[in-house]
Design a protein around this ligand. Structure first.
Ligand SMILES: [Zn+2]
Length: 112
């Protein structure tokens, strides 16, 4: 089978090759702690070819965005957190809209 990340031969019944497995473990360990460039340096230290690392970072085997995008998103969340902005803000917005809908149905105005 082909590797889900780099598209190279991964071996029988394997969806990820040895090299990408190694990179993925690094990613799991470092998640939310390193920026993209720092993570790239960690990857390069493994001695794997640059093309392999690039293929891994740009791959999107689960349709959730590439590893590169996920690292960027993790760092954004970390940065927002450092500035005192909670990631749950979106959920609160949704809840506020939902409550507004309830008020309208009950013909009441929301409190200021
Ligand atoms: Zn691979």
């Amino acid at each position: 089978m082909k590797c889900a990340y780099c598209q190279e031969r991964a071996g029988w019944f394997k969806r990820i090759c040895k090299d990408c497995q190694c990179l993925h473990e690094l990613y799991t360990q470092q998640r939310g702690q390193l920026g993209l460039l720092q993570f790239l340096e960690v990857c390069i230290e493994t001695g794997l070819p640059r093309e392999k690392i690039e293929a891994f970072l740009n791959a999107d085997p689960h349709g959730n965005g590439s590893v590169k995008d996920q690292i960027t998103a993790d760092m954004s969340t970390e940065l927002l957190g450092a500035m005192g902005i909670r990631a749950q803000q979106t959920a609160q917005d949704v809840r506020r809209l939902r409550q507004k809908g309830v008020w309208q149905r009950m013909d009441e105005k929301p409190e200021d």
